[in-house]
Design a protein around this ligand. Structure first.
Ligand code: C5P
Length: 221
């Protein structure tokens, strides 16, 4: 019965990095591969949900059975997520760039005597925006926390600050090989406490997470 535990439910997932343009050929980005987010979209679709995946630029394939929307910047990601609502579950697995470049360059910046200075502005927090919606907030809002120290402590703070129902915290510190890797060790942080799952493949994390979320959703309805 697990296979159809999300039948009739709508799920929106963000995945991958965002690219923030500096000029037409250069951008700011990060090392997210999109593997964990895409695996979650796949697992939710396998559980019978109607899934929209909003993905930044990645090299992996669009998941089968999922409506995938491709965006580049954080601002585009927020717009696409809002357009994909309403949803029962929102899962923010993307590694959104915290800043965008505000010094707009329509042409490629030329090498010159002095190095260019980039001015940055903070990007919208997509997770906090969706979790804070007074109208049409998804029943379950799930965030990720990629930390290199005090993993669960920081995740608990993030849970409260961003008003999420679940934070999936992982240690991405040097040597963990999580960013871009195939495996993940996560801590599931909810109001009820912290549960550490053993190291497993991202696809296994995804199906176990989808199982947990369908249980939570059922208990709330
Ligand atoms: O604050 P921090 O970036 O560590 O939070 C990570 C969580 O917030 C992730 O779930 C990520 O997808 C989400 N996030 C977001 N928009 C941002 C920054 C982070 O949705 N601008």
């Amino acid at each position: 019965q697990f296979a159809q535990s999300l039948r009739g439910k709508r799920v929106v997932v963000t995945s991958g990095p965002t690219h923030e343009p500096i000029d037409p050929v250069r951008y700011i980005a990060n090392r997210s591969s999109g593997r964990q987010g895409h695996a979650i979209a796949t697992a939710a679709a396998n559980a019978g949900a109607e899934v929209t995946l909003v993905s930044g630029p990645v090299t992996i394939d669009d998941p089968a059975g999922v409506r995938t929307i491709h965006i580049e910047t954080a601002q585009e990601m927020l717009r696409a997520v809002k357009a994909a609502l309403p949803a029962d579950i929102f899962i923010a697995a993307a590694a959104v760039a915290d800043w965008r470049v505000t010094t707009k360059n329509d042409n490629k910046i030329k090498k010159g005597d002095t190095a260019p200075v980039l001015q940055l502005a903070e990007n919208p927090d997509i997770l906090a925006t969706i979790a804070g919606l007074s109208d049409g907030r998804p029943a379950l809002v799930v965030g990720f926390a990629a930390e290199t120290q005090d993993v669960t402590e920081n995740a608990l703070k993030k849970l409260a600050k961003k008003k999420c129902d679940v934070i999936v915290a992982n240690d991405v510190g040097a040597g963990t090989d999580v960013m871009g890797g195939l495996e993940n060790t996560v801590h599931i942080v909810t109001e009820a406490g912290v549960e550490t799952w053993p190291k497993m493949e991202k696809s296994a994390v995804a199906s176990r997470l989808v199982g947990l979320l369908s249980d939570m959703l059922e208990r709330r309805q």
